[in-house]
Design a binder for this molecule. Structure first.
Ligand code: GTP
Ligand code: K
Ligand code: MG
Length: 425
C-alpha cells in the first residue's frame, strides 16, 4: 500500500465510550478536515467544530479537532485528530465521511507508527518500545517500555554510531598513510575502540525484555521421580501436573504461569532425564533438555554432579521430609511444605537481577544478539594491527548497530512488529 495515501483509524478504545479519537495522517488530511469542519484550527490548538458531511450537508457531530503539521506531528505527516462523541454510530459516520474524501483509506494496524518510523520520527527500538508499552500490564513492564519508547536506547545507539563513523574515517586516513609510508598502523585508535567496546559490553549484559514480557522462565528438571511435578504443583498451589510414583510420568512440557510478589514467573515442568527406549518418553526428554537450555532459572532436582551447565542454576534437594541428612542446595518438601518459602525467596532474588530496575534499559533477544555481534567485531578489531581489517570490523560493528535501530536489513521484521499494534496506533 502506498504511503502517499492518507490513512484514517479510530485511535481510542472500542466504542461506545464518552469520547472517541479518530486520527488521519497523510497529504489529504488537511483538505479532508477543511471539507468536513469548514476550516482548520491553528496548529496544536484544540478547537470546537461542527462536522458536516459534505455529501449531503448533514451534521455528523460537534467535536474538538487538532491539527499537527508535517515534521512536527507524531507520524511526520500532516495529521488531524478528531475528538468526537464516542458512540458507535458517530464514530462510523465520521470515519465513513472521511473515507469518502479522495485519497483517504483505512489504516493498517500499526501504520501510524510505521510511518513515524519511515519518516525518521522514531527508530525501530522506539517502535518496539511502543509496542511493549501498549501491551504493558505491570508497572515493571510499563516503566521499562517507557524507557525504550522514549528513546533511551536510540540515544545510546546514535552516539555509538557517530563514534564508529569517526573511527572509520580515521582508519581510512591510516589506510592511505600506510600506502605511502608502508608503515606500522598506529593512529591512537585503539583506546577509543576499546572504550566503545567496553561500553557496548556493559549493555550486552543488561537485563532482558522477555522475562518481563513473558514471565521469568523457571524450568524444573532432574531425573525421573525426583519430585519435579510435585514441586511445580506446590509452588503453583494447584494440581497442574500429574504426580504418580511411576518414573516417567511427565512427558509433555507443562507451563504454569504464577506471580510471586508481583513478579511474573512461568514454571516449566519437564520429563525426567534418563535413557529411554520408549518413543514418547524419549521425545519428552528431548524437550526437557531443550527447555533446560532456554531457562532463565534452572531448578535442578538431581545430584549436583549431573547438573546441566547453566548460568542460573539453583540446586534443589527435594523430598527433604524423607532425607535423613540434607543434600546440597535448597531443602524442599512438596509434602510438608518445608523450604517452599526459602525457594520462592531464592527465585525472587535471582529474578531481580534478570529484570530491569526502575527505568534501567532492557534489551530483547534480537537487540541483545546484534549488540553482542557488534561488540565482538570491536573485540576482534583491538587484536588487529592492519588498518584494512580494522576498517572492516568497524563496519561490521556499525552494521550491527544499524540493524538494531532499523537503519539496515529489517524489512521482514517490520510486518511482524507492526502487526502487533492495535488499529489506530
Ligand atoms: N515424601 C515425599 N514424597 C514426594 C515428595 N515429592 C514427590 N514425592 C513423591 O515422589 C513420587 C514422584 O513424584 P513426581 O512429582 O511425580 O516426580 P517427577 O520428578 O515429576 O517424576 P517424573 O515426571 O516421572 O519424572 C510421587 O509418588 C510423589 O508423591 C516429597 O516432597 N516428599
Ligand atoms: K513420577
Ligand atoms: Mg513429573
Amino acid at each position: 500500500m502506498s504511503s502517499i495515501d492518507t490513512i484514517v483509524a479510530l485511535s481510542s478504545g472500542r466504542p461506545p465510550a464518552a469520547i472517541a479519537i479518530v486520527r488521519t495522517s497523510g497529504p489529504a488530511a488537511f483538505a479532508a478536515a477543511e471539507a468536513i469542519a469548514g476550516s482548520l484550527p491553528e496548529p496544536r490548538q484544540a478547537s470546537l467544530r461542527r462536522l458536516i458531511d459534505p455529501r449531503d450537508g448533514s451534521l455528523i457531530d460537534e467535536a474538538l479537532i487538532l491539527r499537527f503539521d508535517g515534521v512536527f506531528s507524531a507520524t511526520g505527516e500532516n495529521t488531524v485528530e478528531y475528538q468526537c462523541h464516542g458512540g458507535r454510530a458517530t464514530v462510523d459516520a465520521l470515519i465513513k465521511t472521511l473515507l469518502s474524501h479522495t485519497g483517504v483509506r483505512m489504516a493498517e494496524p500499526g501504520e501510524f507508527t510505521r510511518r513515524a518510523m519511515s519518516n525518521g520520527r522514531i527508530d525501530l527500538t522506539e517502535a518496539e518500545g511502543l509496542a511493549d508499552l501498549l501491551a504493558a500490564e505491570t508497572e515493571l513492564q510499563r516503566r521499562s517500555a517507557m524507557a525504550r519508547a522514549g528513546g533511551a536506547l536510540r540515544a545510546r545507539l546514535e552516539d555509538w554510531r557517530d563514534r564508529l563513523l569517526a573511527l572509520s574515517a580515521r582508519t581510512e586516513v591510516a589506510i592511505d598513510y600506510a600506502d605511502e609510508e608502508d608503515g606500522e598502523f598506529d593512529l591512537g585508535l585503539m583506546p577509543d575502540i576499546k572504550r566503545l567496546s567496553a561500553e557496548m559490553a556493559e549493555l550486552v549484559v543488561a537485563p532482558r525484555v522477555e522475562p518481563m514480557r513473558e514471565g521469568v522462565r523457571v524450568v524444573v528438571a532432574g531425573p525421573p521421580n525426583a519430585g519435579k511435578s510435585s514441586l511445580v504443583n506446590a509452588l503453583a498451589q494447584s494440581e497442574r501436573a500429574i504426580v504418580t510414583p511411576i518414573a516417567g510420568t511427565t512427558r509433555d512440557v507443562i507451563e504454569v504461569p504464577i506471580a510471586i510478589g508481583g513478579v511474573p514467573f512461568v514454571l516449566v515442568d519437564t520429563a525426567g532425564l534418563r535413557d529411554s527406549d520408549d518413543t514418547v518418553e524419549a521425545i519428552g526428554i528431548d524437550r526437557a533438555r531443550h527447555e533446560a537450555g532456554r531457562a532463565d532459572l534452572l531448578l535442578w532436582l538431581g545430584s549436583p554432579g549431573e547438573a546441566p551447565t547453566h548460568d542460573e542454576l539453583i540446586l534443589v534437594s527435594a523430598k527433604s521430609d524423607l532425607a535423613a541428612d540434607g543434600g546440597e542446595g535448597v531443602q524442599v518438601s512438596a509434602v510438608t511444605g518445608e523450604g517452599l518459602d526459602a525457594l520462592t525467596d531464592c527465585l525472587m532474588n535471582r529474578a531481580r537481577h534478570l529484570l530491569p530496575k526502575g527505568d534501567e534499559l532492557a534489551l530483547d533477544r534480537r537487540q541483545h544478539d546484534l549488540l553482542a555481534d557488534g561488540q565482538a567485531a570491536l573485540g576482534r578489531a583491538v587484536a588487529l594491527n592492519d588498518a584494512v581489517l580494522i576498517a572492516e570490523e568497524l563496519r561490521n560493528a556499525r552494521l550491527a548497530i544499524d540493524r538494531i535501530s532499523g537503519r539496515a536489513g529489517v524489512e521482514d521484521l517490520l510486518d511482524a512488529l507492526f502487526g502487533r499494534f492495535c488499529l489506530g496506533k
